[in-house]
Design a protein around this ligand. Structure first.
Ligand code: MLT
Length: 407
């Protein structure tokens, strides 16, 4: 009799965004004429930057000619893209990251979900609350937690993020081995200062811990001095893995390209206390389980780093940030408090009522989809997240509809 992985039974029935999609589909079926405006999942709406599109076309044509056709590429990514990333995202900002420390992939969600495989099962894990659900769920699947009681999995150290700490948690008083951090934050839109990140890097060095730093939204940072990479912090090369994505930076949610940075200085220890390179381990895992991102997509991603690509991506993120500004203004005018939206595409709203009740109210009365904060963890109860990824016309219409319902 084949047995299943019973850890899956500890999970909530469905993944947060799948759950929301199901509710929205049911509403649409019952109200086929209602135009629904989706401000739930952070999915981009604006077309690819022209520089990326041009590179994609050119590379696609290359695949159609014998002389320029390519088969399997390197699992870790083509050198042209790894070089462009190392220079454009790191070396140009004073971070000593080499091209061969970059692993190109098709998804930051997959990388951040898969990375836990290279760590032992009995490690102590610190996870913020509220949080992107992938960090928690993948550790539950791997059997690193007990049951879920009152929206908390036994065995995890939760780092509460709230108005009082400005949504940036401080290191815990007890030692932990693996720490998940995300800045600019999903879902709150908060950012961490260099001093706050330094506390975490120092903590990780003192405890021989590893920080998993999700920087998928760094392209939205506008406040001068806010770090865009954890490697801007001294000592981070020894303790941090960084995840980046082209999804939100360059509108690649449907195109698929991301990367993970694993510095060669990073070490984890075996049961005898001997140090091993995490770069070597991840390289082993990546080349065993992944066959690389397609050549045309990597060329499209490379174009992000051209002068035209940089300017076009900036215009794209500026566009969504203007949506965020409109959302913040409208929400505040309705007498609700909110954070985020200044260095991030998400606005975190204190609804002063149950998150799912507010979600249902917006869906049923305004035809607008938000993400209930409670879906990101216990500390998200009472909040909802609005995404700024939408057309200007949809944002304006959604805000008018919401105002009509809440007034
Ligand atoms: C979100 O809405 O939180 C993100 O779009 C989800 C993701 O990037 O996987």
């Amino acid at each position: 009799m084949i047995r299943l992985n019973e850890n899956y039974s500890k999970l909530k029935a469905s993944y947060l965004f799948a759950d929301i999609a199901k509710r929205v589909a049911a509403f649409q079926q019952a109200n086929p004429d209602r135009k629904i405006i989706r401000m739930g999942i952070g999915d981009v709406t604006e077309p690819l930057p022209a520089a990326c599109l041009e590179a994609l076309h050119k590379a696609t044509d290359e695949m159609g000619r014998r002389e320029t056709f390519r088969g399997y590429g390197p699992e870790q990514g083509y050198a042209f893209l790894r070089d462009a990333i190392a220079k454009g995202d790191f070396q140009s900002r004073g971070c000593a990251i080499d091209a061969d420390e970059i692993f190109v992939s098709d998804s930051s969600k997959c990388d951040v979900g898969n990375i836990q495989e290279i760590f032992a099962n009995d490690i102590r894990i610190a996870i913020p609350d509220p949080v992107y659900p992938v960090y928690v769920d993948t550790n539950v699947m791997a059997g690193r937690t007990g049951a879920n009681l009152n929206d908390r999995y036994e065995g995890l150290v939760y780092l509460e993020c709230n108005e009082a700490n400005g949504y940036v948690p401080a290191p815990p008083s007890q030692p932990v081995d693996l720490i998940y951090l995300c800045f600019p934050n999903n879902p709150t839109g908060g950012v961490a200062t260099a001093a706050q990140l330094k506390q975490w890097v120092d903590y990780a060095r003192a405890n021989k811990a590893i920080i998993l730093f999700d920087a998928a939204y760094e392209a939205f940072i506008r406040t001068p001095g806010v770090p865009r990479s954890i490697y801007e912090i001294e000592g981070a090369r020894e303790v941090a893995i960084e995840f980046r994505s082209f999804s939100k930076t360059a509108g690649f949610t449907g195109t698929r390209c991301a990367f993970t940075v694993i510095p060669k200085d990073l070490k984890a220890y075996d049961s005898a206390g001997a140090a091993h390179s995490l770069h070597a381990l991840w390289n082993r895992r990546h080349s065993t389980k992944f066959n690389g991102v397609s050549y045309p997509i990597q060329r499209a991603a490379e174009a992000v780093y051209s002068p035209a690509g940089q300017q076009q991506c900036r215009a794209l993120t500026d566009f969504y940030l203007e949506n965020a500004r409109l959302i913040r203004g409208a929400v505040t005018k309705l007498g609700l408090t909110c954070v985020g939206g200044e260095n991030a595409p998400y606005i975190w709203i204190n609804t002063r009522r149950d998150s799912w009740e507010f979600f249902d109210l917006l869906l049923n009365k305004a035809g607008v989809v938000c993400t209930p904060g409670a879906g990101f963890g216990r500390c998200g109860q009472g909040y909802v997240r609005l995404s700024a990824f939408n057309s200007r016309a949809n944002v304006q219409e959604a805000l008018e509809r919401v105002a009509a319902v809440l007034k």
